[in-house]
Design a protein around this ligand. Structure first.
Ligand code: AMP
Ligand code: GLY
Length: 434
């Protein structure tokens, strides 16, 4: 069979790697891919949805998996399905759960899914009047549309809120994404990610994980796409998983059905567990997370192709998710300047030590890389994900940070504290399943 993975990040490299473990997958393509995906399959330089649809039809691709949000929001699944192509991912109308914060918040309100209280604004004057009326800070301000994970600001006072309002709605820092905004209650607690696989009728929960969104150690500095992750998230105990299923997942799945949204693919639920132990939804993403995928998918013992086929055939109810109990941790190596402007073209050394067949339980998934004259060079903000498994989170962490000493490119940097938070006293005994 022939499979096509759309995207070019660490998530897509990880999906290619996992698919390649099934010998039935004879031809693997990635569009456009990175250096890592080119070692597993064939990269195809397709830039537009039209190009991808044409390629999938011409090559008789049996299955397409869409990694990133932008093509999903643009309707790639609708276009491929119209041509009779099998594809993993939600249609454009369901992708609004990520592409519009307002759509997602209203969906949660209609379906009694716990989330922060919020107000929606279509006009800056109204939003400014609301900010002036607020008595308590912080609050959270969110651009309605897609902004590569950077359209959210936690503001500590009125002046700060008015500045953010100006940059979003007047200066249009994120373009059309800031046409409308949401201002919501600030929730404090511990964050975690739950990813669901969904067909029209049933769902499976993948292992939990936790991302590190800020660029700097100690969670400071600007938000990024994610600087590292680990799985499982210790806050998601078996009891908390049950709570999340009851309070969030079941109303969500019912809500999708009730509102006629036939969702086939992965749905990422960004959760915050309050200090009282109650789970709230921060956001939905209509896809697998990056870098969460790189620590979640390698822990799945199920065959990925089998899971994909079950999603397409509406047979997910027959899949029992099997999870390697060993925790996994991944650290992102980024180019200096990320998440702002960064350089490209630096040669990466030390990769040969870690083949994809894994050394010492370490796997390296490429993100912004490409091949040039027999070398692998940096070609993006997030460049590599160094991921490792261990019998404990501490062991996984030690393996990853040891491996990182061998891999190098000029101006590369990474956070040295990925996962440390989970090793605090209260979490140190729990490396539970999910
Ligand atoms: P989002 O893209 O909506 O998940 O927001 C990005 C990040 O902002 C989240 O991962 C949280 O760290 C933070 N955040 C978003 N909404 C809230 C909220 N209501 N309260 C506290 N933090 C939030
Ligand atoms: N790591 C967060 C995301 O994939 O959106």
């Amino acid at each position: 069979m022939k499979a096509l993975v759309v995207g070019s990040g660490g998530r897509e490299h990880c999906l290619m790697w996992k698919l390649s473990l099934n010998p039935a997958v004879k031809d693997l393509y990635c569009a456009p891919g990175n250096a890592g995906t080119s070692f597993i399959g064939k990269n195809v330089p397709l830039d537009t949805i039209d190009d991808i649809v044409r390629f999938a039809c011409k090559e008789s691709i049996d299955l397409t998996v869409v990694g990133p949000e932008a093509p999903l929001a643009e309707g790639i699944v609708d276009r491929l399905s119209e041509q009779g192509c099998k594809v993993i991912g939600p249609k454009q109308s369901e992708a609004r759960l990520e592409s519009s914060k307002i759509f997602a918040k209203n969906f949660m309100r209609r379906n009694n899914i716990p989330t922060a209280d919020y107000e929606v604004f279509h006009h800056p004057n109204r939003a400014a009047a609301y900010i002036h009326s607020l008595r308590e800070f912080p609050v959270v301000m969110k651009a309605d549309g897609l902004a590569a994970g950077k359209g959210v600001a936690i503001v500590d006072d009125r002046d700060d809120a008015l500045l953010i309002l100006r940059s979003l709605m007047v200066e249009r820092k994120f373009g059309k994404a800031g046409e409308k905004i949401v201002i919501e209650e600030f929730l404090s607690g511990e964050e975690a990610t739950i990813i669901l696989a969904l067909d029209d009728d049933s769902f499976c929960l993948l292992p939990s994980s936790q991302d590190h969104k800020k660029v700097g150690e100690g969670d400071i500095g600007p938000n990024t796409g994610g600087m590292g992750a680990y799985s499982p998230a210790p806050i998601v105990t078996a009891k908390q998983t049950e709570k999340i299923e009851q309070k969030i997942v079941l109303p969500l799945v019912e809500g999708l059905k009730k509102e006629g949204m036939l969702y086939k693919g992965f749905l990422y639920i960004g959760i915050i567990v309050s200090d009282e132990g109650e789970p709230f939804v921060l956001e939905f993403n209509v896809r697998l997370g990056d870098p969460e995928t790189q620590v979640v998918i390698p822990r799945l013992e199920n065959d990925l192709l089998e899971m994909f086929n079950a999603i397409i055939e509406g047979e997910l109810h027959a899949i029992k998710v099997q999870v390697d109990p060993r925790p996994m941790l991944g650290v992102v190596m980024a180019a200096h300047g990320y998440p702002g402007n960064y350089e490209r073209g630096m040669e990466i050394s030390g990769l040969e030590r870690f083949s994809n067949s894994s050394m010492d339980d370490v796997l390296i998934f490429h993100a912004g890389t490409k091949r040039k004259e027999g070398k692998v060079i940096a070609n993006g903000g997030r460049v590599l994900n160094v991921c490792g498994k261990g019998n404990t989170l501490r062991e996984a962490m030690d393996k990853v940070y040891k491996a990182m000493k061998y891999v190098h490119f000029a101006s590369g940097f990474y956070r040295h504290d990925i996962g440390f938070h989970a090793l605090t006293e209260e979490f140190s005994h729990s490396t539970k399943k999910h």
